[in-house]
Ligand binder design. Structure first.
Ligand code: NAP
Length: 254
């Protein structure tokens, strides 16, 4: 009899976890994607796409598809699905694990300004510079739409959605990025200040190194808190241990 694991995905960690689980005999893994990215890269195991219809819909899905374990490996800023997953796990009794990569921490030479939200970032920006590199993703840019005196360079995987700031240049690109490339980009666009979410991880951290090298201030939007009573593990190995699967399979293992 196989064990069915539902992974709420949309992150590199979710992909790594699905690959590890799919390679294990007796494990069936389904990754759930919200459907925000038009052409997501192929994933090991099964894939389902689209919202569940809130916590009750997710609870129904867990029951109907006989899920034995739920892993919330969504992005640290995907707060609604994380709250829904916690509620659905409680309602069904399905064991659940939250996978959250650690947040970024400033080092010597960093000039970071912590804010609680994109709106908070918009408030502090005019005091920090006129040319802004915004790498907060394609959603939520409405928070900056009223800042007509600033020039924005926005980088996102897919085109951002209006309303947008009036003076904007969009760069479509997907990480990982290098520190040298990021320095070049910041110089080429004569950037005064960066705005980032505290996504954590290596893939998009190079911009922070580049900002430090160039002495630029960084506005860091801090993560929404985890739901009450929910504790997270920081990596795939932690999830596997919590699920009772032992250590990750070594690279290249069948
Ligand atoms: P969110 O605000 O927490 O979720 C909004 C709604 O989208 C949820 O209520 C749920 O709909 C649906 N949803 C979200 N993740 C889902 C998943 N993995 N499978 C099925 N339905 C899902 O999430 P978000 O910030 O819009 O992010 C959407 C997805 O993009 C997440 O899976 C996340 O991992 C990924 N992502 C987000 C960011 C970010 O900065 N927020 C960055 C990179 C990747 P129902 O209530 O109908 O179930």
């Amino acid at each position: 009899m196989s064990v069915h694991v539902l992974v709420l995905g949309g992150t590199a960690e979710a992909r790594r976890l699905a690959a590890d689980l799919a390679a294990r005999p007796g494990v069936r893994v389904t990754t759930s994607l919200a459907g925000r990215v038009a052409r997501p890269a192929a994933l090991p195991g099964e894939v389902r796409t689209g919202g569940f219809g809130g916590p009750d819909g997710l609870a129904d899905w867990l029951r109907t598809h006989r899920v034995d374990a739920l892993v919330d490996a969504t992005h640290p800023f995907a707060g609604t699905i994380t709250a829904n997953a916690a509620r659905a796990a409680r309602a069904t009794g399905v064991p659940a694990v939250v996978l959250r990569r650690p947040g970024w921490r400033p080092g010597p030479g960093d000039r970071w300004h912590d804010v609680p939200s994109l709106a908070g970032a918009a408030e502090v920006l005019p005091g920090l510079g006129r040319r802004v590199f915004l790498s907060t993703g394609r959603l939520g840019l409405a928070a900056f739409a009223h800042l007509s005196g600033l020039h924005f360079v926005v980088r996102s995987v897919e085109p951002p959605e209006p309303p947008l700031p009036p003076d904007i240049r969009v760069i479509l690109a997907r990480g990982p990025f290098t520190a040298a490339g990021e320095r070049e980009l910041l110089r080429a666009h004569r950037i005064d200040v960066l705005v980032t979410k505290d996504s954590g991880g290596e893939a998009t951290a190079a911009k922070l190194t580049a900002a430090r090298d160039l002495g630029l201030p960084v506005v860091v939007v801090r993560r929404p808190p985890l739901p009450e009573g929910v504790a997270a593990v920081p990596d795939v190995a932690g999830v596997l241990r919590r699920l009772g699967f032992g250590e990750p399979a070594p690279p290249g293992a069948p």
